[in-house]
Write a protein that binds this ligand. Structure first.
Ligand SMILES: O=C(O)CCC(=O)C(=O)O
Ligand SMILES: [Fe+2]
Length: 340
């Protein structure tokens, strides 16, 4: 039985915030070895391809048309960019993340997060084109009724919560760790940046763990609950590591409400220490798109200032599954939405 509740987790949350402040200061700023910088000619190429669709306001309802007709957006990216994205999607890399820089964005974004005033849809269409190359974009019904493109910017009501829409430290996690249909990749496109906001990434070198630790982490002795962003509470008994051709992990200490054995708890602590060894950070700039390998790397975010005045940091995010077969497990009338 799960005894720890959300309430007792709040004390834990406060500790984590303190703890992370120290951790983040020690993390190295990374020069990405794995990145692609678009030239102005490549951006002109993209602009020519997308402008007819992108010179209109983005309508979430259109998402399904744009996305399903992959043919609609399948030819909008330059070949070389496509090749490097596909290579990362298939093979990952040493840091578990790939950065695309200088992507064409909308000329006028309007105030941060105000979609009524964003009159064009360059960012959304380009993000969908890239997501379609990597896998199958989807949403959860429990998260804003399945919205596939999520807008992340600090919200007054969430500012002190560990959420994408907060501005406090966001502890290390893999995305949707509680869910069996969690994404293989997460895409974060920066529309508006803040130099103080660092996205943190760490690819876990599992083989640095003791064999007995790996053994413990492979056992289903951990209770993870769904995160607050989903609005509903669901708890699952899982292992932290899983073999899917290679070792993969699901990790979310904030929502790991119970360890079923003492050994499981000790192993979890050892894993936590390892994260800090390979941690890197990046302050996303407008036109940066960060793709994170959600099977091998954990991510988080530093604290950053927000004024709620329309100029705050603004990201757009899509998550993707690699396998079409997995998408068929989605029990919903809408093929892009997963019911919890
Ligand atoms: O804001 C960030 O840089 C990361 C946010 C995040 O963890 C997420 O959207 O899943
Ligand atoms: Fe995240």
């Amino acid at each position: 039985m799960v005894t720890n509740s959300y309430k007792s987790n709040f004390t834990k949350k406060r500790d984590i915030v303190k703890d992370l402040r120290k951790i983040h200061e020690k993390i190295q700023l990374t020069k990405f070895e794995s990145f692609y910088r678009l030239s102005s000619d490549e951006n002109k190429f993209i602009k020519n391809k997308v402008s007819i669709k992108a010179e209109k306001k983005f309508n979430q309802k259109n998402y399904f048309n744009i996305s399903r007709a992959s043919d609609d957006v399948s030819d909008v990216l330059p070949n070389e960019l496509e090749d490097s994205i596909v290579e990362f999607a298939n093979k990952s890399n040493t840091i578990g993340a790939f950065l695309i820089e200088n992507l064409l964005l909308d000329q006028h974004l309007g105030p941060t997060g105000n979609l009524d005033l964003k009159m064009t849809s360059y960012s959304e269409i380009i993000l969908i084109a890239i997501a379609n190359l990597i896998g199958y974009p989807y949403g959860y019904f429990s998260q804003r009724k399945g919205l596939v493109i999520q807008n992340l910017f600090p919200k007054i009501k969430d500012q002190n919560k560990q959420l994408g829409t907060g501005r406090v430290y966001l502890d290390w996690h893999t995305e949707d760790a509680f869910h069996n249909l969690r994404c293989n990749h997460i895409l974060l496109l920066c529309l508006r940046g803040t130099p103080e906001a660092y996205t943190l990434i760490s690819k876990i070198d599992f083989y640095k763990l003791k064999p007995q630790t790996i053994e413990q982490l492979l056992m289903p002795n951990f209770i993870i609950s769904s995160d607050e962003a989903h609005g509903v509470q669901k708890e699952v008994k899982v292992s932290i590591l899983e073999f899917k051709k290679t070792l993969t992990l699901r990790y979310d200490p904030l929502y790991t409400t119970k360890f079923l054995t003492k050994k499981a708890e000790t192993a979890f602590k050892e894993l936590k220490l390892l994260i800090h060894e390979s941690a890197i950070k990046i302050a996303l700039k407008p036109g940066d798109l960060l793709i994170i390998d959600n099977d091998k790397a954990v991510h988080g975010r530093s604290l950053f200032p927000a004024k709620f005045d329309g100029h705050d940091r603004w990201l757009q995010r899509i998550v993707t599954l690699r396998s079409k077969v997995k998408m068929q497990f989605v029990k919903s009338t809408n093929p892009y939405i997963i019911n919890l």
